[in-house]
Design a protein. Structure first.
Length: 236
């Protein structure tokens, strides 16, 4: 699992992508993202055809290939334009990384999802750091156990209970940098044995800094926060 997390964060970083949703399991990573501002300069409306392809999707293909070609890659991404409806969608598969991304336009983003300000990269950076910490903890536990604990991951953006306290502590000119949500990576450890959970709990404490709390949730869960992101197992 740690290698899949590493691959996912690598794709997020290299494509300057903020995931609206993210799910990682043994089959790979699935991400939902909004098309880049550059791709949205020209807008269109479907349905589309092979002779009438959406410019938003074509510009996103160019964006992905430009970013991906900055480094030598064993495989090119695979693109599928989905244009049967009113709004275009671009599906991108990175075979070597086991990452699948679905790009959508703003109108196609489900209303319950949080879309950050494109100019605010703090939330994305903290999310990547949280995922890296989780990958490091799984590797550390795996060295002790002889194999990594079996987990799956999903991402959500619940309201940040500390938001008001955070914005009250800074000048009003900087308050927009504080998102009202906290990027939450839910770690499902329901398939882990008691020994695997205990080893992972210990590994989490090993990879966190001295001032970062790893708090117990229920009998088997935990939560730990890194800036505007957190790792959480709701436990039992």
């Amino acid at each position: 699992m740690s290698s899949l997390i590493d691959a996912a964060t690598g794709v997020m970083l290299e494509l300057a992508m903020h995931p609206l949703t993210l799910d990682i399991d043994a089959d790979g990573t699935r991400l939902l993202a909004m098309m880049d501002e550059y791709a949205l300069l020209t807008r269109s409306r479907g349905p589309y055809s092979p002779n009438n392809l959406p410019p938003e999707a074509l510009d996103t293909v160019d964006w992905v290939m430009l970013r991906w070609s900055l480094k030598s890659r064993p495989q090119r991404p695979e693109f599928t334009i989905e244009g049967g409806g009113a709004w275009p969608t671009l599906a991108v598969r990175f075979p070597s990384a086991q990452v699948f991304v679905r790009y959508v336009v703003p109108e196609a983003v489900p209303p319950e999802l949080y879309v950050p300000d494109p100019g605010n990269v703090t939330l994305s950076g903290d999310l990547r750091m949280a995922l890296k910490q989780l990958a490091d903890s799984l590797r550390a536990a795996g060295r002790h156990l002889g194999g990594e604990p079996p987990v799956t991951l999903s991402l959500s953006y619940p309201d940040d209970p500390d938001h008001e306290r955070h914005v009250a502590s800074v000048h009003e000119d900087f308050r927009d940098a504080f998102p009202p949500v906290i990027a939450t990576v839910d770690v499902d450890r329901s398939r882990c044995s008691r020994e695997q959970r205990a080893a992972h709990d210990e590994a989490l404490r090993e990879v966190t800094s001295s001032d970062q709390l790893v708090e117990r949730l229920g009998d088997t869960g935990f939560t730990t926060r890194l800036g505007f992101a957190r790792l959480r197992d709701g436990g039992t």
